[in-house]
Design a protein around this ligand. Structure first.
Ligand code: PMP
Length: 406
């Protein structure tokens, strides 16, 4: 079944044929919508085309598609049962592993998607403080519930009425947001680095991170790190641990089970009591297979030093792309941690070059994204990166032929 015929059928039975962040129609023309297989760091679309996968399913795939250790753990659990009348022993084992691995975690609550975790973290903060307001960075993505979805359709102004915005890396603006919110601040929620779509990424200024910690303490509010996108790729202990900034609550999902559906909130002892008071649950939140997969994923990342493997692959990719861009006469910005990279072209506000180049990469068997950051996995070997660079080089040459240099 071809991509085109699947789209035609989907258009009749799925709103818009596809919706949300995986809707290929909003990337660039030419992007395939349907995929049939993944293995290691490769994916195959419905038309049978093979790609070096530089998106990793938008983050979840961190050890490579169908990683044998994770698949074996999932299969062993599946043979016993997945969705039972209560969680399996594996829930306790996984929670223990996370508490042992993440210094800011004294307890864990599980759910399914990143949005579940960010929303649940704010519920814990509100239950703890009895307050309503949340300070949030302008343009940051925290999920698709009505309080945080970037699109207004289907939401009401009251859904967002308790949010007060600040600018990322601008402590003065966070102080101003706190002043505007008054005594009613339950939480400050922040991503570990600035990874808004359509923009160059930016690391957190350590003084900003420390300042938010101090501000939350002064307000008696919870500092929530949304580690859904970066979690387990930068530092298994949590993405701000290396800055010496520990959150009260952290939201996790995406990479924690190498593609299986699971999310979590971790929190400190001080918030254990309030967390216990929440009614927050779901039919599939306690399924055992994703928990077994998560345990195997985190253990494997620890055992193989997955972060170092991703850094190695990302550095090779970044250096290769920098050399190619320069050789073909383009000024580019490569931003974000090397394992969650993005490339933008100077003076390309309309994304014309980014769209053309990423489509040319696709044609050369390299799947990356024109306006959203990419993700690398521990399965990307030097040879895989070199294969990707072969494709990107041809794509730069085609871009040069079309646009000239800068
Ligand atoms: N927070 C961040 C930082 C994210 O990147 C995402 C997903 N892109 C979410 C929350 C929401 O996660 P999910 O799509 O799994 O609900």
């Amino acid at each position: 079944m071809s991509d085109a015929s699947l789209r035609e059928r989907a258009a009749k039975v799925v709103p818009g044929g596809m919706y949300g962040h995986l809707n290929a129609a909003i990337f660039a023309p030419g992007y395939p919508q349907f995929f049939v297989r993944g293995e290691g760091c490769r994916q195959w679309d419905a038309d049978g085309r093979e790609y070096v996968d530089l998106m990793c399913s938008w983050g979840p795939i961190i050890l490579g598609h169908r990683h044998p250790v994770v698949e074996a753990a999932a299969a062993a659990q599946r043979a016993e049962g997945d969705c039972l009348n209560g969680p399996g022993p594996v829930m306790v084992e996984l929670a223990e592993l996370m508490v042992d691995t993440i210094p800011s975690a004294d307890w864990v609550m599980f759910s399914k998607n990143g949005t579940d975790a960010t929303t649940q973290a704010l519920m814990v903060a509100r239950a703890a403080t009895g307050r309503a307001k949340v300070l949030v960075a302008h343009g940051a993505y925290h999920g698709s519930d009505p309080w945080c979805t970037p699109g207004p359709a289907g939401t009401t102004p009251s859904d967002r009425a308790d949010l007060v915005e600040f600018a990322y890396n601008d402590l003065a603006s966070a102080e101003a947001a706190a002043a505007q919110a008054g005594p009613d601040v339950a939480a400050i929620i922040v991503t570990p680095f600035k990874h808004d779509s359509f923009e160059d990424q930016a690391p957190a200024d350590p003084a900003f991170a420390r300042g938010l910690r101090a501000l939350a303490d002064r307000l008696g509010a919870a500092l929530v790190i949304d580690d859904v996108r970066a979690g387990f790729r930068l530092d298994l202990r949590g993405s701000w641990e290396s800055l010496g900034v520990r959150p009260d609550l952290t939201a996790w999902s995406k990479a924690m089970a190498n593609g299986y559906a699971i999310a979590a909130v971790t929190g400190t002892d001080a918030l254990r009591g309030p967390a216990q008071t929440l009614y927050s649950t779901g039919s599939f939140w306690f399924s055992a297979v994703p928990m077994a997969a998560a345990k195997a994923t985190i253990e494997t990342l620890r055992d193989v030093d997955g972060v170092a493997l991703m850094e190695r692959a990302g550095t090779r990719l970044r250096e290769g792309l920098a050399a190619q861009a320069a050789a073909h006469g383009f000024t580019v910005a490569q931003t974000g941690p090397v394992q969650i990279p993005w490339l933008s072209f100077a003076g390309d506000a309309t994304l014309e070059k980014a769209m053309y180049w990423s489509e040319a990469c696709l044609a050369e068997g390299v799947y990356l994204h024109p306006w959203h950051n990419w993700f690398l996995s521990a399965a990307h070997t030097d040879a895989d990166i070199d294969r990707a660079l072969l494709g990107t080089d041809t794509a730069f040459a085609r871009l040069r032929a079309k646009f000239g240099g800068d």
